[in-house]
Design a protein around this ligand. Structure first.
Ligand code: HEM
Length: 501
């Protein structure tokens, strides 16, 4: 009886389907899952039975052993790719749209900075007034969310024009997509890689991401179509291209007639630009409030650079102390500040544990697409995830007193013979990897440098700043991500002397 029942089950088509699905999942895992390379530790991957033990084990290994792993030049660590082949994650795909974004930022956007600066200043002037108000007495604000709105608004003005920059739905979506993508990717990474191709369809975080992208497409589509029509009509009438920033037209140019997804490209641009810039300004505001002696010299420099000259790339380039204060802030926050403030309050042994946990130790995430042999003979196999150690950014032999914020550090270093170009905000170097280094270093850093300077001019000239009684809040770390605390507060007060041109 039981024997017959078993035979029936084995012969049933439902059972065959279950077996088929199980075999497909195993086969998919074997072919597409992480590959184990001999001698290369893979975090969260048990070398004995070759089975992923999940995020908890990966975190334990990382806390106990993170620095060693990085020092061996091998890091998969808590970083994993952003699932660019799954729906909803399209802006992370390495396809024609992402190439169009990089080419546009490297090309027309950077070449048009002179054209863009007036627009940036005009929008920042209006937006700062609306977001920060006119407080006559010291008033408490939670500055990071306001900075995010500010950066999203002025970036949108340049990227998609005044129409969408006024559109609150677009401003929200252009910032929310990044958050939704990080949350969805983080959730998905907690699932075994063999199940991810299926579970991503059902996970609420991934569904939310797809909905956000759909909504973004709906807002962008008519604007892109309208701009394309205007550009076509202009060409047909023999007129030159738009006199204002037009990343929609510039992307079409960069695509050189090849098909690409213009909506995804616009989301990709916002994704690369908005949170990074917000993070940078938020870090700098906290550094200046913690070191208020820099406020007045920075204001004097702004007055000198701008007075009577108007908004131009040249005037902004004259802000050399500001350039230094910005670069130092990046150095200070990238893998340093949160940890050292926290460590000094905790002391060993907690401190030692946290050093490997909290320090952002590496940057420039890469995956080898073919085997690589380094100059010392080390071989990195195809498909390995690698990162670059950033400890030089806090090395006392390069940057004396490395854990202190010194706003004029790079200003002084630029005065040393032969060092003028090396330590600008936009320069990259193995000792300062905030924008990466080499071929794929951030192409948006020239735009970011100007945008951040314009923002700082309004924030510093129009307001006095200081911390609340709560003081400075340490940065927050999630795996390889380190962010300034979004709940950090400051006091602001309207200044009598405003931006004078
Ligand atoms: C302070 C603000 C910013 C910071 C700290 C920053 C940082 C970075 C970093 C670290 C990378 C990766 C570099 C590498 O892996 O070697 C990167 C790539 C990139 N960034 Fe930025 N970025 C900022 C602003 C911007 C802005 C405003 C834009 C666009 C206007 C932008 C566009 C891009 C693009 C397109 C890439 C990809 C480059 C490639 O794959 O070749 N970034 N950025």
């Amino acid at each position: 009886m039981i024997f017959e029942l078993v035979i029936d089950i084995l012969q049933s088509s439902v059972f065959r389907i279950i077996i088929l699905v199980a075999l497909s999942v195993v086969l998919y895992g074997a072919l597409c899952g992480p590959q184990v390379h001999r001698g290369y530790p893979l975090i969260g991957f048990d070398m004995k039975d070759g089975y992923s033990r999940g995020l908890a084990k990966a975190q334990q290994q990382w806390i106990a052993n993170g620095k060693d792993l990085i020092n061996q030049g091998l890091a998969q660590a808590s970083f994993q790719e952003f699932f660019g082949s799954y729906p909803g994650f399209e802006p992370f795909a390495l396809d024609s749209s992402s190439k169009v974004v990089v080419d546009t930022v490297k090309g027309r956007l950077t070449q048009s900075l002179n054209l863009i600066i007036e627009e940036l200043a005009d929008e920042t002037d209006k937006a700062v007034d609306e977001l920060f108000g006119n407080p006559e007495d010291w008033t408490e604000i939670t500055y990071k969310p306001e900075l995010l709105k500010l950066v999203s608004r002025i970036s949108s003005r340049v990227f998609v024009g005044p129409e969408l920059c006024e559109n609150e739905d677009w401003r929200n979506i252009s910032t929310e997509y990044a958050v939704a993508a990080f949350v969805a990717a983080r959730t998905l990474r907690q699932w075994n890689f063999t199940l991810r191709p299926v579970v991503h369809w059902f996970l609420p975080e991934c569904r939310q991401l797809r909905a956000t992208l759909r909504q973004a497409r709906q807002i962008l589509k008519p604007v892109i179509e309208k701009r394309r029509l205007e550009n076509r009509q202009r060409r047909e009438h023999g007129e030159s291209q738009s006199k204002v920033a037009d990343t929609i037209g510039w992307m079409d140019e960069a695509a050189k007639g090849k098909p690409y997804d213009a909506e995804v490209a616009q989301i990709g641009l916002s994704l690369a630009a908005i949170h990074t810039t917000t993070e940078m300004v938020s870090g700098l505001i906290s550094d200046l409030c913690a070191n208020p002696e820099y406020f007045e010299p920075l204001r004097e420099e702004i007055n000198l650079a701008l007075a009577g000259k108007g908004w131009s790339k040249k005037a902004l380039q004259d802000l050399k102390l500001m350039d230094s204060a910005m670069k130092e802030s990046q150095r200070h926050h990238l893998g340093d500040i949160g940890t050292h403030h926290l460590l000094s309050s905790l002391g060993p042994p907690c401190g030692n544990l946290l050093t490997s946990h909290l320090l952002r130790l590496a940057a420039m995430n890469r995956m080898t697409v073919s085997p690589v042999t380094l100059s010392d003979g080390t071989q990195i196999p195809k498909g390995a995830l690698t990162m670059v150690d950033i400890s030089k950014m806090h090395d006392a032999s390069v940057f004396p007193d490395p854990h202190s914020y010194k706003g004029d550090r790079f200003f002084q270093m630029r005065h040393e013979p032969g060092q003028e170009q090396r330590w600008q905000f936009v320069s990259t170097a193995p000792e300062h990897l905030a924008f990466g280094h080499g071929k794929h270093a951030c192409p948006g850093r020239f735009f970011a440098a100007n945008e951040i300077r314009v923002i700082l001019i309004f924030l510093l000239m129009n307001y006095d700043w200081k911390f609340t009684a709560e003081g400075r809040k340490a940065d927050k770390s999630f795996g390889q991500e380190t962010d300034t605390d979004p709940t950090a507060k400051a006091m602001i007060r309207r200044r009598k002397q405003r931006v004078a041109l």
